[in-house]
Design a protein around this ligand. Structure first.
Ligand SMILES: NCc1[nH]cc(CCC(=O)O)c1CC(=O)O
Length: 311
């Protein structure tokens, strides 16, 4: 056997490392390989170095993937593991995303010191989030709350709530579970009231487009149901999202061979929102997401879409 069969590239955050290890462990189990057949290579990205402003202002999602794309192209790694939520809709030339690990729970959770849901927070309480989608959905439910920028990895955000700098924050349940923090005190937010981000809870694997050997090797751990849901969600986002400056949510669920998709755009203050639904056979995943996006573009008022048109 070769000394190191596959090299997995990842960011160095605890969540990124957990996702890379899950990918490694699934590959080792699926192939019956020895532990040393896969090496994890940590790569620092521009997104990891920016802590002081919203990433949407600093240049968007590619900030978390660029250095990993370069490492793939340079043959420094064979696959890169990403949170699907942080993946740009268009990958650079030569890089492909053949699929995803089985999806974790897609829901958001609310973390507070006292426990409880958004309605239980006192008037004017301070909620921290870096996500325009979460900020807008919080303001929609509770316009009286103060929503402030809170960046950093999951542990940093939890610590800021614990320290009293913020009364609450919102996080993906998937990330907490993958970090082994699924037992923390939290309130799980209903998907109908708090629609997740496109790709939330899914781990994407990127490879060199021409690297058939690696694509063959990872095919054993990819989940087709997650792939179909993500094809629909990402088609929706691709037509709508020129930037990540617009609060946007979208989620597809597969029942048997049938996909149900729901999409949402909001104004940043949450005062207005437009929703869309699409449903059809799983083979039409991409078309369903595109149809949902066109429906929103045709029905949403001009000012709600202003951020899309600006780019
Ligand atoms: N933008 C950061 C990010 N990217 C993916 C996750 C969580 C894991 C997931 O959604 O799969 C998080 C943290 C969070 O939103 O709580």
């Amino acid at each position: 056997m070769n000394k190191s069969i596959l090299r997995i590239g990842t960011r160095g955050s605890p969540l990124a490392l957990a996702q890379a290890r899950e990918t490694r462990d699934r590959l080792l189990a699926a192939h019956g390989w020895q532990h040393d057949a896969i090496e994890i290579v940590v790569i620092r990205t521009t997104g990891d170095m920016i802590q002081d402003r919203a990433l949407s202002e600093a240049g968007g999602k590619g900030l978390f993937t660029k250095e990993l794309d370069i490492a793939l192209a340079d043959h420094a790694i064979d696959l890169a593991v990403h949170s699907a939520k942080d993946l740009p809709t268009v990958m650079p030339d030569g890089i492909a995303v053949p699929g995803y690990l089985p999806r974790e729970d897609v829901r958001d959770v609310l973390i507070t010191r006292a426990g409880g849901d958004l309605h239980s927070l006192p008037q004017g309480a301070v909620v921290g989030s870096a996500s325009l989608r979460r900020q807008a959905q919080v303001r929609k439910v509770r316009p009286d709350l103060q929503v402030r920028l809170l960046r950093g990895n999951v542990q940093t955000r939890l610590a800021k709530v614990q320290a009293g700098d913020f009364d609450a924050t919102l996080l993906a349940l998937a990330g907490l579970k993958r970090l082994g923090l699924g037992h923390l005190a939290m309130t799980i937010l209903d998907k109908d009231q708090f629609l997740p981000a496109v790709g939330q809870g899914a781990v994407a694997i990127a490879v060199r487009r021409e690297d058939d050997a690696t694509q063959q090797a990872i095919s054993l751990v990819l989940d087709p149901a997650t792939g179909s849901a993500l094809a629909c969600e990402r088609a929706f986002l691709t037509l709508l999202d020129g930037s990540c400056r617009t609060p946007i949510a979208g989620h597809a669920v597969l029942h048997d061979r049938h996909l149900d998709f729901r999409g949402l755009v909001l104004t940043p203050d949450g005062a207005e929102s437009v929703e869309t639904f699409a449903s059809g056979p799983v083979g039409d995943a991409t078309r369903l997401g595109e149809e949902a996006a066109r429906d929103l573009l045709s029905r949403a008022p001009q000012h709600v879409l202003a951020a899309f048109r600006a780019v």
